[in-house]
Design a protein around this ligand. Structure first.
Ligand code: SF4
Length: 505
């Protein structure tokens, strides 16, 4: 049985369809990369539930965090004040984004919360929502207001669309609902889709002119603007980064570009495919540009899409020759080092490839969710690519369930842990395992980035005093009973003991 052709993104609805339904995404699995790819290909992959779940994130964080980084927009979060708890995180990332752009007068993110109380839950929250939109308009003078929903507003059935239409008529700017109630989806990346759905349906306009040199680059905070601009410049292309630090006017014109490409398959699929579907801007589906194989594929497919094959081939050949000696030395030093990876699905499966290409042995790969297919209709290319390699890599899917991760790390004792989220990576360090946290999406980008990342790993393995000292002084909250269990004891699926998959170090 082969997988059914995917339905296109439905932009006639006011809400994005969640990933569980659209992409058959899951948050529970244990097995191997070949099995995961085969089950995805054949449409047989099922989510494994958990008898115990430690913590997870709300998809409103992704929606709100991303939209609040549009420089002239404001956000109204319609929910109890606790739902705005992740604003602090969004703000610190926004501050960092301003810092790397050299902004002198830094400001905070522009988010207000309606502070839904029992009264609003019983009698309706329409009035406080209207007031909050007015306040946000007066306080921030934005070009658009995005209203993010919450479990409470969803459960009581506030007529948000009606309220926002009235508000829009009153203040004269787009006031756009973003449906990201926490209970809608177990997958926080559904929040990215909710944010992009709002842009595709209400902000981005049909192109008045086409710009054949322009390429939309979907990314998080665009720390790699300089290097991407340089590389694209060699090809006669101009990148347009977004959506963080874009203006509403810039976003309106994303339909003018010759192509869209993304730094992350998990992040960019909805917006990229939506732009292709609605405005005819081709979306480049490729491996992520981390590591040599990933970057070669990313740039080659972009070249094919915009007719720059020769320029890309010449650039890659030059870079390959320049990088060869240092790359060989890095591989010599990293050969056989055992590593565990824990990241979102696209980053995880792309970094596994990169680390294996360095000659390291990935003894386990965690991804925080997994999409059986992407919005272009196919299985994730990074997963299929790994599945074709000779060695089958043990993997699991776990929405940052630290009890599983810590138990497994304790059993397999890798030389290195590579993560992408601070609240999770720190646990590996506390276990005494050298850890690299990749907060910057342009780490390991292209040839130079790959070499720098290789050196960073060598440094982490050479000097492990931070992890050692932490481990000596910190008592972890788990008992010996838990460490004696299989890490996936609470995962209700067909599973084999971890020791069957990996050699215990
Ligand atoms: S929307 Fe729901 S899940 Fe998200 S923070 Fe609020 S109460 Fe929690």
């Amino acid at each position: 049985m082969s997988i059914k052709p995917i339905k296109p993104i439905n932009l006639n609805r006011s809400q994005a369809v969640i990933r569980e339904k659209r992409l058959k995404s899951i948050v529970g699995y244990q097995g191997s990369i070949k099995d995961l790819a085969e089950k995805s290909r054949t449409g047989c992959l099922k989510n494994a539930g958990r008898g115990f779940s430690q913590a997870t994130n709300c998809n409103s964080g992704c929606a709100q965090g991303h939209l609040s980084s549009i420089v002239d927009a404001a956000i109204v979060n319609h929910g109890p004040v606790g739902c705005a708890g992740d604003v602090a995180g969004a703000n610190s990332v926004y501050q960092w984004g301003q810092h790397i752009r050299g902004v002198d007068n830094k400001r905070n993110v522009r988010i207000v919360n309606t502070n839904m109380s029992e009264n609003a839950v019983v009698f309706g929250g329409d009035k406080i929502l209207q007031d909050a939109v007015r306040r946000a308009f007066e306080r921030f003078n934005p070009k658009a207001i995005f209203v993010t929903t919450s479990c409470a507003s969803g459960i009581i059935g506030d007529d948000i669309e009606r309220t926002l239409k009235d508000a829009e008529a009153e203040i004269g700017i787009p006031v756009v609902p973003v449906f990201c109630d926490g209970f809608r989806s177990q997958i926080w990346a559904s929040g990215f889709d909710a944010a992009f759905h709002a842009l595709l349906t209400r902000i981005i306009k049909p192109a008045e002119q086409k710009r054949p040199e322009l390429v939309n680059v979907i990314n998080f905070y665009a720390s790699g603007r300089k290097i991407v601009t340089e590389i694209f410049g060699r090809l006669g292309l101009v990148p347009q980064f977004g959506i963080p630090f874009s203006t509403i006017e810039q976003l309106e014109k994303w339909s003018e570009a010759a192509a869209t490409i993304s730094i992350c398959g998990t992040l960019g699929g909805y917006l990229g495919n939506g732009l292709e579907q609605k405005f005819g801007v081709p979306y480049v589906t490729a491996l992520q540009p981390h590591g040599i194989a990933g970057f070669d594929d990313w740039l080659t497919r972009l070249g094919e899409t915009v007719g720059k094959q020769q320029e890309v081939a010449a650039y890659l050949a030059e870079q390959k020759e320049l990088a060869a000696p240092e790359l060989a030395e890095i591989k010599r030093k990293l050969q056989g080092k055992r590593v565990v990876v824990g990241m979102g699905p696209s980053f995880a499966h792309n970094y596994i490839r990169l680390l294996e290409d360095f000659g390291m042995e990935v003894v386990w790969g965690f991804s925080w969710h997994y999409d059986s297919k992407h919005d272009h209709g196919g299985c994730p290319s990074c997963t299929l690519d790994l599945a074709e390699k000779e060695r089958d890599i043990p993997v699991s899917v776990s929405d940052q369930q630290n009890h599983e991760i810590i138990n497994l790390l304790k059993k397999v004792q890798p030389d290195l842990y590579v993560g992408r989220h601070p609240g999770q990576s720190v646990w590996a360090t506390k276990l005494g395992i050298p850890t690299i946290m990749i907060s910057d999406e342009y780490s390991a980008f292209g040839y130079q980035g790959t070499l720098e990342f290789g050196e960073r790993i060598i440094d982490a393995l050479t000097n492990n005093s931070l992890a050692k000292n932490l481990a000596e002084r910190i008592k972890l909250p788990y008992t010996n009973w838990w460490y004696e269990q299989d890490p996936f004891t609470f995962l209700n699926s067909e599973k084999s003991e971890v020791d069957e998959h990996v050699s215990v170090g």
